[in-house]
Design a protein around this ligand. Structure first.
Ligand code: S3P
Length: 171
């Protein structure tokens, strides 16, 4: 494992495939995979749904920023970010310090098909529909766009295809 390599940071909407693609990249490149959501769960000692329910979204976002700040001096990681990480400029600044930010995109319909049966995302659980995904995504697009060094569409592609596309683009 080469510890001087820059991080590969995956951002994008819920259901864009960040975790699965991070797993692929980590295996393929012998890098360590980190999930910001997992670090938040560890830090708060409760699942994401419970943090939202008992402490509220602003508290969750602050915890998320603290976790991201904690990664800013790390290297050789594949970091899979929760879908809201790019919404705060301070998070993006920390992640850019040692990393290349890759924005994974998918259409609202694709996202819906991928997440419709999941029950662990409080933001979508309030309204699991293509319309809601579409409008939330539209509001977030400028943030993802301005954070991204690279944009990769995931519609109709396998995890391996997307992973290899990213590896090729990073060369
Ligand atoms: C969120 C995305 C989730 C998780 C939380 C909030 C969001 O992560 O951080 O439920 O606001 O987009 P995933 O993108 O991994 O589902």
């Amino acid at each position: 494992m080469q510890s001087d390599l820059p991080n590969i940071v995956l951002i994008g909407f819920m259901g864009a495939g960040k975790s699965r693609i991070a797993g692929y990249l980590a295996r393929r490149l012998s890098l360590r995979q980190i999930e910001t959501d997992d670090l938040i769960i560890e830090r708060e000692e409760m699942p994401i749904e419970q943090i939202f329910a008992t402490k509220g979204e602003p508290y969750f976002r602050d915890s998320e920023s603290a976790v991201v700040r904690g990664l800013k001096d790390e290297r050789a990681l594949v970091i899979s970010c929760g879908g809201g990480v790019a919404l705060r400029p301070e998070n993006v600044r920390s992640l850019k310090k040692n990393g290349t930010i890759i924005w994974l995109t998918a259409s609202p319909q694709t996202i819906f098909e991928r997440v419709r049966h999941a029950i662990h995302r409080p933001i979508l659980n309030q309204d699991m529909s293509v319309d809601f995904i579409s409008s939330l995504m539209e509001g977030r697009l400028p943030y993802y766009e301005s954070a991204a060094d690279l944009q990769i569409s995931t519609d109709g592609k396998s995890v391996a295809e997307i992973g290899e596309e990213i590896i090729h683009a990073l060369k």
